[in-house]
Write a new protein. Structure first.
Length: 350
């Protein structure tokens, strides 16, 4: 039995064990007012985002709320999801931040979060607001192909994610593997977009083409930047981060041609943990994340696409309105996580 399936069964066991223990507090009614200005005390954040990408946002929040002591636990989405399920009868975290909607949808269905609609969240696109206000989208990211410009000429660049199965690229592609939330979310989106059979064929094509699968996208971007691989399948901002480090890399926003599927995107999200020990601080933090200042930090520091209208992009980032999107309901695609996990296991994605 694969590690992925073992992990999935472990989640089920944790849910059952939690159900047999103390009953978690029921989800609260949606708060309609901002927390008190003078919030203080601790704030415990579990973040699937790496610390360097989140710390500037935390620092700006603390500047507004100096009496809040922020404790950050960063890790993979899957390990933090396990922790939240294991702690469900005795929550230790106040806020969960995820790099994609796949994990937050699953946890919301398991009763891990309580309802809260941050101040200003009514301005966000409705598709990035969780059912019953159990989570809130923060930033959008696009799935792109980055390339090493010293190794690949412009006239031979791929134009589609389906080109990654072409034998001409055999052994020259890096991507995040089966445990990576963004990769899981892309597979979920493709299942909704082109169906199970074609998605399975694409995954099998990647494996047959000797794609190297890493645990995360930082390893992918650095390997492409160093010339170890010609191409990398990543979220768009990893290209900009690698470019900022001085690597001669380029980026392709794929599938824009006639008959191609369009650009696949996903979103980061945040939620208040059900039974959070420090609810006021948690709500104040979510308010900040969707505020113009918080959204601007994500754009400027991390090259992301803010979900709040009117927030300027980083000057180097190509606006998304230049591209045609894949016809996918991102949040709905993420809900079918069982079938996506089954597909990942069936093809043996590393």
């Amino acid at each position: 039995m694969s590690k992925l399936k073992i992990s999935f069964f472990a989640l089920l066991v944790m849910i059952i064990v939690s159900a047999c223990g103390a009953t978690p507090a029921p989800a609260t009614e949606v708060a309609t007012e901002a927390p008190a200005e003078g919030v203080s005390g601790d704030l415990v954040i579990y973040s699937g985002r790496s610390e360097p990408l989140l710390q500037p946002v935390i620092d700006a929040f603390k500047a507004q709320h100096p009496d809040v002591n922020v404790l950050l636990k960063a890790g993979s989405n899957s390990e933090l999801a396990n922790a939240l399920l294991e702690e469900q009868a005795n929550p230790q975290a106040d806020v969960f931040i995820t790099t994609e909607l796949f994990t937050v949808q699953s946890l919301a269905q398991d009763g891990v979060f309580q309802a809260y609609m941050p101040v200003g969240a009514d301005q966000l696109p409705a598709e990035f607001l969780g059912a019953d206000n159990l989570w809130t989208g923060l930033t959008r990211r696009a799935r792109v192909i980055m390339y090493n410009a010293d190794l690949v000429s412009e006239d031979e660049l791929p134009t589609s994610i389906f080109d990654l199965t072409d034998p001409k690229w055999q052994g020259q592609i890096a991507a995040a593997g089966s445990t990576n939330g963004s990769m899981q979310a892309q597979i979920a989106a493709m299942r909704q977009l082109i169906g199970e059979e074609e998605t399975e064929a694409w995954l099998n094509g990647l494996i047959a083409n000797d794609v190297t699968f890493f645990g995360g996208h930082t390893d992918v971007r650095q390997a492409v930047g160093a010339g170890e691989f010609q191409l990398g399948l990543v979220n768009h901002y990893y290209f900009y981060l690698q470019q900022a480090e001085g690597s001669n890399v380029g980026v392709i926003f794929p599938d824009q041609g006639e008959g191609q599927i369009g650009l696949i995107t996903n979103a980061t999200a945040a939620a208040v943990v059900n039974g959070a020990p420090h609810v006021e601080a948690a709500q104040a933090f979510l308010d900040f994340l969707v505020s113009p200042e918080g959204q601007k930090l994500f754009a400027e520091q991390n090259y992301e696409y803010p979900l709040l209208p009117g927030v300027e992009l980083h000057a180097d980032v190509q606006p998304l309105d230049e591209f045609r999107f894949a016809d996918v309901e991102v949040a709905a695609a993420a809900q079918d996580f069982d079938a996506t996990f089954d597909l990942i296991e069936r093809v043996g994605l590393p």
